[in-house]
Each structure stands twice: as C-alpha cells, then as structure tokens.
Design a binder for this molecule. Structure first.
Ligand code: BTN
Length: 363
C-alpha cells in the first residue's frame, strides 16, 4: 500500500489496529488535530469496553487520560456507529454485546503460510467509507498471483449490489475486500462472482454454519435469508489483466438498530447458533478465496459447476429476474450455463442472463 496516498484519518485508522504503530499516533494527546484525537479516543474506548464488562467513567477516564465528561461524550458518539452501550448508575458503561476486535496479527497467525505469502498487504481499519473503495484508491496492481486485503470495523458508505447501501454497524459484521489481478482469459470465461460465493460458503462451513445455499449470482442465504453478500469491482484496459476488487460482507451479530435499515430478509451468524471470532472468519475467507481464485484461473467455472448445483437454491423454482433498466422476466430457473449465466425457462424457451436480481415467486 502506498501510504503517501492516504489522508491523516486513514493513517490513524491503520495505526490504531494495524501492524504499524507510528510513534506520532501512539497516544491521544499527541494527535495532530482535535478530530483525530477524538477518533483515537473513541476507538481506544471501544477496546476497553470490548469484553462486555462494566467499566466506570472514572476508570475509563484515568486509563485514557481524559475527563469523565469526555468519556460520556464519546459513549454517546458510539451509538452513531451502531454500538449499543449500556450506562448503569453506580456500575458504569458496558457494551450490550461484547466483541473481539479485528487484529492484523491475529488474522495473520490464522492464515496458512502459503496463503499469507500471497498477500502483499493485509490491513485492519477502524473506519472507512468502503473497504473496496479503499483498495481501489491504492496501487493499481501488485505482482500477479498476489493480492492486497483489508477488513474494517465500520464502513460509513458500504456499497451493495445494484447501487444499494450495505448496512455496516461497528464490530458486528465482517467487511472484507481483496484486490486481485485476474487475467483477461479467466475473467472473460465468466462465472468469477459465482466462484467467489462458493469460496465464502466454504469458509462459513469451515466455521460450522450449516443450512446455507446460494441465490444466483452470489448471495449466501441461511435458511432462505441473506447472510452474506458479494460485490465485484473490475477495472483495467480491455486487453487485461484486470484488477478485481472482491468485496464481502458477512452479517455476524447485527444490532436491532442497524437491522431496521436492511430492506431485504436477512440473517446473521448469531441466528445460526455459531459464534465465531471475526479474525478467524476473515482468515478462512481469505484462504478459501486464494484457493478458489487459483483453481478458477487454471480451470475456469467448470471445476465448480457440481458444487454450484449442490447449493443452488433457485434451480427448478419459479423466479422473476429484474435486469437491464428494470426489465422483468418470469420463468423457471434452470441452473447456470458454462459461463455462469442464469438460465430461465419460459414455456419451453430457455434464455440466459448475465446480470440481474432474482426474486423467487410464490405460486
Ligand atoms: C450485496 O449487495 O449483496 C453485496 C454486499 C457487499 C458488501 C461488502 S462489505 C465489504 C465491501 N465493501 C463494500 O462497500 N461493499 C463490500
């Protein structure tokens, strides 16, 4: 990552939980401006509350070198990040749901060495507009077969498919992006986004989540509701190679306040009964991504078609596809073709579609 391209806010984010701890960002009082001081204070406060135990305002103030009033102000600001902080007279503050902060060192130890070696950069950010936009702002290409990855605790402008917003409350989900160079032959063979969905599904299975399936092109559903979503951003000259930024959001434990903003049926890992350290989930996803991207580059979508069929939730069902400029087509889903396009049968006439949004029709 070319750090000269980053603003002070992004640098502070990296320093707070990244592998580098520049001296100038190590203490709150040393921050160059009031805004950054407040930001560092806020995230140090979250760290102290992360275990879900009560901490008094006095103790927190002492630990962080600020007044109790400053702590109170920051506690209120945490609600704006989607964190539910309980304040109880005589006991202090605590997070309603404890969480394990994301850490570069922890993710790295959980990654198999050959996979870690394929990541030229792995960063944890406290806050960012979008992890995918962050990687897109970085250097365009690394070495072929090597990627840059980042995860964030909070996204202020998380992006979903088809121009939607991805609700991204602090610390309660995984927001992960991986920038990877893909050859023009592999990209044009089709099916990359489906293969990424299979990688995420494999990683979630590795955490013990069952009862999942896929809705074309790349939604991961748990008991029919969306658990994880994938967004691919592709850039490059028409002759390639292409830079693909794979953005993945997995709902882990969504607070009720954030869930109210989601406009589709959703699920989170806590509903599946699986409690997973997001660092482990990030490592499993990165491992599965690197493996599947390698296989996809060598063998194409064909290597995954049986697995896709096994998890395809819409094959044989009556669906409606919204595509190009809100055009709609209804029919029976008939799986995918060799390029990953969705096949829809309308009275015996089967057509293929490369993009769109599927809804299952109740008939
Ligand atoms: C979808 O709509 O299904 C795709 C959601 C993708 C969300 C992830 S979160 C990490 C990355 N950063 C973003 O802004 N979006 C993706």
């Amino acid at each position: 990552m070319d750090v000269t391209r980053l603003g002070p806010r992004e640098l502070a984010c990296r320093a707070l939980c990244g592998r580098e701890k520049p001296k100038e960002l190590s203490s709150i009082a040393e921050q160059p401006c009031a805004k950054l001081r407040r930001m560092v204070l806020r995230y140090r406060l979250v760290e102290l509350l992360a275990d879900g135990k009560f901490r008094s305002g006095e103790w927190l103030g002492r630990e962080l070198g600020v007044s109790r009033a400053a702590i109170w102000k920051q506690v209120r600001a945490l609600a704006g990040l989607g964190l539910d902080v309980q304040a109880v007279r005589g006991q202090g503050y605590r997070l309603a749901a404890p969480f394990q902060p994301l850490r570069v060192a922890r993710i790295q130890t959980l990654l198999p060495a050959p996979v870690a070696a394929r990541l030229s950069c792995l960063e944890v950010l406290q806050e960012i507009d979008s992890t995918s936009d962050y990687l897109k702002r970085g250097a365009p290409f690394g070495a072929a077969g090597h990627g840059r990855a980042c995860v964030a605790e909070w996204q202020s402008a998380g992006r979903g498919r088809r121009g939607r917003r991805w609700v991204s409350p602090y610390g309660s989900s995984l927001y992960l992006s991986l920038a990877w160079q893909v050859s023009s032959a592999a990209l044009q063979s089709g099916g990359l986004s489906l293969v990424v969905a299979l990688a995420v599904l494999r990683a979630l299975q590795g955490c013990g989540v069952a009862d999942m399936g896929l809705k074309w092109p790349n939604d991961i559903l748990y008991q029919g509701r969306k658990l994880a979503g994938i967004l691919l951003d592709v850039s490059g000259e028409s002759t390639g190679p292409f830079l693909v930024v794979v953005g993945i959001g997995v709902n882990c434990r969504l607070p009720a306040s954030a869930a109210r903003d989601i406009d589709q049926p959703w699920a989170d890992l806590s509903q599946s009964g699986v409690s997973v350290d997001r660092n482990r989930l990030a490592a499993l996803i990165l491992e599965a991504l690197v493996q599947t991207l390698d296989t996809f580059t060598r063998e194409g979508l064909g290597a995954f078609s049986a697995e896709w069929e096994r998890f395809d939730l819409i094959a044989g069902r009556a669906v409606e596809l919204t595509h190009d400029n809100d055009n709609r087509i209804a029919g029976i889903a008939r799986g995918i073709d060799s390029r990953g396009a969705l096949l829809i049968d309308q009275d015996g006439d089967t057509k293929s579609f490369h993009a769109g949004e599927v809804s299952v029709r109740l008939i």
